[in-house]
Write a protein that binds this ligand. Structure first.
Ligand code: KG4
Ligand code: ZN
Length: 342
């Protein structure tokens, strides 16, 4: 039921290979969350093909938006504002969501709010953790990003660490391909690791000399490839599960260590994680253990809110809306949009 003062956001997300729409009430209550995943379409190419992604978004976007309104039992007349991801992401994919949002806004006069995709991932934590408020530290680990962010206030961010090369999810995807698991690698490595020994192979934990919070995963990826080549040359069998578990442990150790060190150094007792990699079961277990030992409250979204979805854009869009942020009809897709910039 919508009360007079409720703020209902219709949120739209199409930055990569998920066509998604959601209705979010007052920033934290998800009334609907529709996700059309294109993963099966891209699997045969071993990764996301931008042209195919854009075409599929065009086919699905109206259907997904209609379903989100229907599932929430509302009509456009109930909607207070439309929030849409306008960057970063694949430009052709972003444009589909942005165009749909602008068309609805133009036709109905409902205000439009452009949202940063990473701000969405971070805000996914607000959905199920009703008590979580800034400031806190958030690790964002997805297919395209590995950022350590100080969330100073709603919509106010400082990036204190970033990856120098591959994103964490990208490393999962590349290693999965190398050991023959296919795309997307993260969930497959997560599952297979449960049967492997995380201490079987000692892979490197990279440190970046001039910033303790930066990440680097390309050396780890090369170490896995070298290990696989070495086994092949010596004619030794490869235990896929041990490689997966040992690789996953190497990534997890670094992500947990840097994030907890940052929380301690900045004096925050709250640490959150976000992005597709945040759904990794071993990463979540390691964070839970370490945060408990350090007296830090640990927050994470459910897996469905970790990977790309529109509910997280609705949560972020709500706080942007309250701040008075509005986008004009000349809102454009910005593939390399920086966090905190508009
Ligand atoms: O946030 P997301 O859906 O899209 C981007 O914004 O990039 O993240 C997708 C990434 C992929 O690289 C995928 O392999 C990874 O998240 N991922 C995982 C898991 N589930 C998805 N990585 C590790 N463990 C998982 N369970
Ligand atoms: Zn994402």
């Amino acid at each position: 039921m919508k009360m007079k003062d409720d703020v209902l956001i219709l949120a739209i997300e199409s930055s990569c290979d998920e066509t998604a729409a959601s209705v979010v009430k007052n920033g934290r209550e998800v009334l609907s969350n529709v996700i059309y995943s294109q993963i099966a379409l891209h699997t045969e190419y071993g990764g996301v093909v931008p042209e195919i992604a854009s075409r599929k978004h065009i086919e699905k976007i109206n259907q997904v938006i209609e379903q989100a309104l229907k599932d929430a039992s509302v009509t456009l007349q109930d909607i207070t504002a439309i929030a849409v991801t306008y960057g970063p992401g694949l430009v052709g994919a972003l444009l589909v969501g942005v165009s749909a949002a602008k068309a609805i806004s133009f036709a109905t006069g409902i205000p439009l709010v452009g949202v940063h995709h990473i701000e969405g991932h971070i805000s996914a934590n607000y959905i199920e953790n009703k008590d979580l408020e800034p400031p806190f530290v958030c690790l964002v680990a997805s297919g395209g990003h590995s950022h350590l962010v100080v969330v100073k206030d709603y919509g106010e961010y400082e990036i204190i660490g970033r990856t120098r090369d591959d994103a964490a999810g990208e490393a999962f995807d590349k290693v999965a391909r190398a050991i023959g698991l296919g795309y997307p690698g993260g969930p497959k490595i997560d599952k297979l690791s449960k049967e492997g020994n995380p201490n079987a192979i000692e892979f490197p934990r990279a440190r970046v000399a001039d910033n303790a919070y930066d990440f680097s995963f390309s050396g780890l990826k090369s170490a896995v490839l070298n290990y696989l080549n070495g086994c092949q040359m010596k004619g030794e069998p490869v235990c896929q599960a041990d490689v997966a578990a040992s690789f996953q442990k190497a990534v997890t150790d670094v992500l947990v260590e840097h994030s907890v060190n940052a929380a301690k150094a900045y004096g925050f007792k709250k640490l959150a994680i976000a992005g597709g990699v945040a759904s990794n079961s071993s990463l979540r277990a390691a964070f839970e253990k370490k945060c408990e030992a350090e007296g830090i409250s640990f927050y994470h979204p459910s897996p469905v809110f970790c990977t790309d979805n529109a509910a997280m854009i609705g949560a972020a869009g709500y706080y942007d809306y309250l701040k008075g942020i509005r986008s004009d009809l000349d809102l454009n897709a910005i593939p390399n949009l920086k966090l905190g910039e508009r």
